[in-house]
Write a protein that binds this ligand. Structure first.
Ligand code: SF4
Length: 74
C-alpha cells in the first residue's frame, strides 16, 4: 500500500494523519469526537475543538498515525 499523509490545517496548527500507521484504536474518536469522526468525510474537523485540545488528543495517538506541527505556546 502506498504510504500517504493527509493534512488538516487551522491557522498555524497542522494535523497530519498517516493511514498506514493507524491501528484503529479509536482513542482519538472517543477522546475528541467533535474533531475525530471516522463516519464523516473528511473525518478530521479542525473546527471541532480549540488548538490545545486538538494537540493534546493528537499526542494520545498510540501508533504515531497522528502528528502535528504548531507553535505550542500560542
Ligand atoms: S488514535 Fe491514532 S491509531 Fe487510534 S484511531 Fe486515532 S489515528 Fe488511529
Amino acid at each position: 500500500m502506498k504510504n500517504v499523509t493527509k493534512t488538516y490545517q487551522k491557522d498555524d496548527l497542522i494535523v497530519k494523519w498517516q493511514p498506514h500507521k493507524c491501528i484503529h484504536s479509536a482513542i482519538c474518536f472517543h477522546g475528541l469526537p467533535m474533531v475525530f469522526d471516522p463516519r464523516r468525510k473528511p473525518w478530521i474537523s479542525m473546527d471541532g475543538a480549540n488548538k490545545q485540545e486538538i494537540i493534546a488528543q493528537v499526542k494520545r495517538c498510540p501508533s504515531g498515525a497522528l502528528s502535528f506541527q504548531a507553535d505550542e505556546n500560542t
